[in-house]
Ligand binder design. Sequence first.
Ligand code: NIG
Length: 390
Amino acid sequence: MTSELLIGISELSTNDPEHGGLLGRLADAAVVIDDDAIAWVGRAVDAPAADRRSDLGGRAVLPGWVDSHTHLIFAGDRSEEFEYRMAGHAYQAGGIRTTVRATTDASDEQLRASLAERRAVARSNGTTWMEVKTGYGLDVTQEARLARLAAEVTPDVTFLGAHVVPPDSDADDYVALVTGEMLDAVRPYARWIDVFCERGAFGPEHSRAVLEAGRAAGLGLRVHGNQLGEGDGVRLAVELGAASVDHCNHLTARDIEALGSSSTVATLLPACDLSTREPFPPARELIEAGATIALASNGNPGTSNTTSMAFCVATAVLQMRLTIEEAVWAATAGGARALRRNEGVSPIGAIMPGYRADLHVIDAPSVSHFAYRPGMDLTFGVWEAGARVR
Ligand code: NIG
């Protein structure tokens, strides 16, 4: 076992409420890493000795970003669709089928290489944990292939066969396939099942059938809900005990109340909201109601072609009126909760003894700089499971 002492930390955001505030920020701090885990956290003057010592030169340190919502296994480009949308047209979920065609035509090697490249870029920007969804296959062979390739980069693979109904398919027949043969084929690679519960995608009965079949197969539940209009996504997610309901742009007072008194995390996707020009979710109302919020990139070729969690944090602060503390917490500890990885063996999302040593060092004295200097590349160093990766 090798240990490393990190000193020269101007501000350490631990996410440990014992240190005060939501982020548990400590000034003039130090951290000791033992192999892949955090072993000690405290003031630099009290730090124990270690095998190695790294001086971070007065920079701020926070947990690595936990990106709990991505669709990063895909091929192709939809910049024309984006340009058309920016000219004033509404987002159509039908664009998903364009990516399905390009993805189906790509080889395993092409998909593996592009996913690895996207993962590497995200890592170099401070993302140390990532969920990846299928959903650009929409048949048994393709969905199983996407899940298998996604499982090479993350244990948090989500089966999203219920993304849209493929062209020329009947919705009832397609849901029967998703909940039967497709689920069986994807199951070995997936931890989660998800459904796009939205007008134009899957209605409440079909969504319930998908989620219940996934649960019966041992998968955890996630829902895309209330993105393009009010609907049944949040209600269903809360009723079925989903880990997370994602998007949440169009919520009724009842949806907010339901999220406030449930353990279902509301995952907000600010980069997507900008790109689709949907109204931002009522983040303040959700927080005031007691809901747990996560921020994620929603990296995908249609509605959010970015993996920059720093951009999401800045947008959440500047546009959605989250405080700096709320936004940074939501993009780290919130993401860990949305993936139910904040406890158990090797938990993530905090800098506390026993947690996986995922650290993000920024070239700034404080996390406030994410919103104070939006759009700047602040990342100076990244430790993932105790190893320096940038
Ligand atoms: O989360 N809402 C559904 N799925 C994606 C969009 C995927 C696409 O348009 O390709 C989302 O925004």
